[in-house]
Every structure is written in structure tokens, then in C-alpha cells.
Design a protein around this ligand. Sequence first.
Ligand SMILES: Nc1ncnc2c1ncn2[C@@H]1O[C@H](COP(=O)(O)OP(=O)(O)OP(=O)(O)O)[C@@H](O)[C@H]1O
Ligand SMILES: [Mg+2]
Length: 359
Amino acid sequence: MNWDDETASAHEERIVGAAAEGDDQAVEAALRPKDLGEFIGQEKVRQQLDLVLKAARQRGATADHVLLSGAPGLGKTTLSMIIAAEMNAPIRITSGPAIQHAGDLAAILSSLQEGEILFLDEIHRMSRPAEEMLYMAMEDFRVDVIVGKGPGATAIPLDLPPFTLVGATTRAGLLPPPLRDRFGFTAHMEFYEPHELERVVTRSAGLLDVEIDPAGAAEIAGRSRGTPRIANRLLRRVRDYAQVRADGVITREVAGAALGVYEVDSRGLDRLDRAVLEALLKLFGGGPVGLSTLAVAVGEERETVEEVAEPFLVREGLLARTPRGRVATPAAWTHLGLVPPQAAGPAGAGPGQQGLFGS
Ligand SMILES: Nc1ncnc2c1ncn2[C@@H]1O[C@H](COP(=O)(O)OP(=O)(O)OP(=O)(O)O)[C@@H](O)[C@H]1O
Ligand SMILES: [Mg+2]
């Protein structure tokens, strides 16, 4: 399996609910921490959530609605399940794109049990009418079910049992303020520190029954882009390599060699990231170049470059998004072992560009 494709599509696939990742997805589920104590890192979020949940439990009440925001693979779905486990409550899982009509949402809401956790993944992708229904449901535990059409339509009010909505989004900024404001608590998930990912890798290796030494775990953690899902994925690929080409034990050497085979470099850049950077440097002299042009140059969709490769490259300080287009930073040249064009000036339409487009 190709990681780039997997990263690009993982999001979409899980949203649609297709279990297309098969084996890997089953392993991912098995590696999910089950309670807050097992959840590594995110100290602030853990503390905040611990308070919110403990207080609700002490009062014998339903916990306030929680919004989890953060990049893919940081543990939002995991946390929603932990919330249910900590509250000893059942959980219903759905996602924004799955709710096309207000009626879909009404059906889900009206079948909730008291205290149930409703996990709404990708909540920013819900339809407008459903969103408006959700406002009232969150605030007053009530929905108006519209029966009939046109002037004869009537709204039948329906009381709901108290429930806890756990919304997850990779794009908190896209949430309309009225929706955002109805959450009692918003948890912002940050990227993980390498030492935290080392613990994730070590824990997962234990669960997968793979032998790993601390240097091996550090090597994998360092290439995991601050993301536990990626750490687990790299671990599985390194495990394959260790099993087939080495004696099964993951050391720094084994991890390094394995990740070399899978084209994950020392900073965690994968094939797509490197392709984007290489095109930017070699074809466009470091930019600025438009996103569409860059995407065509690497044979990918605009969205893939923008949403899969760029966020990490920007975060790593290798690429900048400017009003005139994408620009490589000096660190990008260094990382790919290339020398920036002479006297090209600060990433502008300098002499470095003239040759390319033949004036
Ligand atoms: N804090 C953590 N400690 C240990 N493992 C974690 C942690 N957070 C996430 N993981 C692991 O990473 C994997 C991905 O986490 P999860 O599915 O919860 O991410 P997500 O934020 O919901 O991603 P997406 O936005 O793509 O839905 C899980 O299988 C879990 O094993
Ligand atoms: Mg998720």
C-alpha cells in the first residue's frame, strides 16, 4: 500500500464510512487507547477533559457538549470513545457528510438514550438545515420535526433525552460561530512532541508484540510528523521489514533502513512531499509558483497538494504560501541538498526564473 494515497484518501474513506483500509484499520482500532490514563500527550486537553467529565459524573449529570478540533490522526475519534468510556455511556457514531437532511439528524437524535454520547465527525461538513436543527437540540434538547410541505407544513416539537454531543473537526475555522458557541468546551489538539510519539510507538509495539529498542522507537517517532496515526502506520511498516529482512527486532538501523524503503525521509517527508518540493526547486527555481501549476507538475490534484503535502511542509518551514504563489524557504534547498540559484534575490521574479520561461 502506498502511504501517500492512504493519507490522502484516509480522510474521505473514513468519513464515508467505508472500511476500505481493511487490515490496517482493524489494527488502528486495536491500538486505540481506551481511557484517559492510556491517552498519551495532549496534557492540557487531558486535564480539561478530566475535569469536565469528573464534575459531570459527580453531579450525576450528562457531560457538556465537547468540540474536538485538530489535524487528522491526532486522536479526536479516540478521545470521543474515551469520553464515552469515562462516562460509562453508549456512543453513537456518525459524521457531517452522512447527514444530508435535517430528517436524518432528527432520526438519530430521537433514538438517543439518556446520557448517550453522539459523536459527529467532520461536523463542519453537515448540511445547513441539519445544522440549524442541531442548535436547538444542543441547547434545549428539543427538535422541531417538520411534517408536510409548503403552507400546510407543521412543526411537531419533540423532546430529546439529555445527551452529550462530541463534535470533531479538522477545520474549526469553518464552523459557524452559533454552532461553535454551543459547545461547553473546545479541546484543541496539538501536534505531538517526538518524546510523546516515542511513547506511542513503544506502547503500540507492545500491543503488536513486536520487540523494539528505545533508539528504534525514537527513529520512528522522529519521522511521524507529530501524528500518532502516522507513528502507528510507520511502526507497522517497520515491523514488516524487521520480520522479513532482519531478525524481527526494531533497532535504529532497522527502522532507518525500513523507512528508507518506504520513502519516508529523516524529517518525515514522504514521496509526495519530496515531489512537491523538488518540483518547486528544480522546475520553478524555488517559486513563487501557483498551486495549480505546482499540482500539475507533480501529477496530483490541487487539493491533494494543498491539503496533504503543504500543511506539513509549511509547518516544517520548508515552504511558504504567499499571495504570489508557493515559495521554497532556504531550509528546503538545504534539505534536498540543492544550491539555490545565485543572486536570485528574495524569491521573486529574479534572473533565476527567466531561463525557465524563455522570457
Ligand atoms: N494520545 C494518543 N495516544 C496513543 N495513541 C493515540 C493517541 N492519539 C491517537 N492515537 C492513535 O492514533 C490513531 C488515530 O487516532 P484517531 O483516529 O483518534 O485520530 P482522529 O483525530 O480522529 O483523525 P481524523 O481527523 O483523521 O478522523 C488511533 O488509532 C490511535 O491508536
Ligand atoms: Mg477520526
